[in-house]
Design a protein around this ligand. Sequence first.
Ligand SMILES: Cc1cc2nc3c(=O)[nH]c(=O)nc-3n(C[C@H](O)[C@H](O)[C@H](O)COP(=O)(O)OP(=O)(O)OC[C@H]3O[C@@H](n4cnc5c(N)ncnc54)[C@H](O)[C@@H]3O)c2cc1C
Length: 411
Amino acid sequence: MLLNYDVVIIGGGPAGMAAAIAAHDSGAKTLILERDVRLGGILNQCIHQGFGLHYFGEEMTGTEYAERFRREVHKRDIDVMLEAMVLSLGEARIVTALSPERGLVKVKAGAVVLAMGCRERTAGAIALPGTRPAGIYTAGMAQKMCNIDGYLVGREVVILGSGDIGLIMARRMTTEGAKVKLVLELMPYSSGLKRNIVQCLDDYGIPIKYSHTITRVVGNPRITGIYYAPVGEDRRPILSEEKFVSCDALLLSVGLIPENDLLGGLGVEMSSVTNGACVDENRMTSLKGVFSCGNVLHVHDLVDNVSREAEIAGRAAASYAKGDLKSGEGVCVCAKDGVRYALPQRLTKGEGKVKIFFRVDGVYKGAKLVAECEGRQIFAKKFAVLAPGEMGDIEIDKAGVDGDIVVRLQR
Ligand SMILES: Cc1cc2nc3c(=O)[nH]c(=O)nc-3n(C[C@H](O)[C@H](O)[C@H](O)COP(=O)(O)OP(=O)(O)OC[C@H]3O[C@@H](n4cnc5c(N)ncnc54)[C@H](O)[C@@H]3O)c2cc1C
């Protein structure tokens, strides 16, 4: 059986729900396909505060934030298929999903919104040295086991990496009675938000060692400790300064990878920096009628930005399905000189303001961020501090754009 929808959303996390609401409100017959048993995505395991300050103007937990959006989805009676794992996306926008209730489902979509989120880098992905005993978890898995399944993964914990999930889990493990002995970060700065360093480590007296990494994991069958050492400028460990710390759990918070497997073989232009698709300001990928938003597009620090980005994608997907989405002459948006990436990577010439999101490649104090078009400055702002762990945004006026844009730091 082939189902027909104007807009099909793959993934029912915060991005998928916001995109679905925006598409529905723009008059599109919309379907959400979600592989989990409930909508909400990663927020379902985030019982800590820190969500919604920008979007709702109030601080809430991840689960509360998800519930607000779930209610809006249900209020509109948007079609949702749960436990529906999307297996493929065909060139003619035929989406194939597998669900225990319906078996193999094929859906023809006028437009598709990708909202599959991201997965965590594992011990294998970073070639963690040493044995592979029990007791090594990604931080998100430890969070799920603690907050949803009710298990504490260890009592003496070391955390590798200072991504936000690791920082949140350092605090969570501590409040659950475990001792977080050490956080090790390869880079000379944190890859997480400053507020999480303060609220999750400093407030609990948890030490973090920058420019340090694990040199060996030991223990059999369960982890009994790790060796660690400082790294030189080449990021290689200085083994003569190796030290040992005992632990019964190691949490990895070493990066997230957008879940873009569905795009394999479709020839979609991808960014080697974000590991997501390259998109225009409507969040449309190079494959016409296929849009991307949320963590599957680029890793976000704040869910508020995810929701807003998904609304853009959902609205544009509805317009595309109706044949109303205007396409015009495009220009490229490139990142240079200290800016790691800028998104969207393409803009259509025309009217109106557009937000460009960016991340820098190091910690910069008092740096000036500029956007230039054909050598002309169209935006400039001085920032007290710019850090890789905090995504920034600038707003430019498209009226002044008549060629490719370069976003860079002027020092
Ligand atoms: C531990 C942690 C702590 C965080 N803390 C904060 C915080 O304090 N404040 C804040 O603002 N933000 C925080 N964030 C960030 C925020 O939660 C994320 O940016 C946001 O959840 C991303 O939304 P998403 O919809 O893109 O992805 P997700 O929430 O990951 O949702 C993706 C959904 O897609 C589904 N899916 C994937 N593939 C398929 C498929 N093939 N078929 C069907 N369904 C599929 C998944 O099951 C999932 O439900 C935190 C994130 C984490 C992980």
